[in-house]
Design a protein. Structure first.
Length: 95
């Protein structure tokens, strides 16, 4: 098993709409202090790419899946911050 891949690509499902997830990601990462802040480099309706301290890239992608939104986050060095962001999202309602 490739442990690095599992550490750097994380997925959750949330009850938020895709555009609300991307807005939340922009707010979350821009409000982080110190070396963990990251700012928008590129954005589209389905994803944002943020650039952090030292050029570190964070990608947050969204996909509507019926009444819920699938969210994926990826980063090499900011994996703890990506996990913290994903855990801050409201969970998807159980069907």
């Amino acid at each position: 098993m490739n442990h690095q891949r599992g550490r750097t690509l994380q997925d959750v499902a949330t009850s938020l709409a895709p555009d609300a997830v991307l807005r939340a990601a922009k707010t979350f990462f821009s409000s982080e202090s110190g070396v963990y802040s990251a700012f928008i480099e590129r954005e589209a309706p389905t994803h944002i790419v943020l650039r952090g301290q030292g050029g570190e890239e964070i990608v947050i992608g969204v996909r509507a899946d019926g009444p819920l939104t699938r969210v994926s986050g990826s980063s090499y060095l900011f994996d703890a911050q990506v996990a913290q962001f994903l855990s801050s999202l409201p969970p998807a309602e159980a069907a």
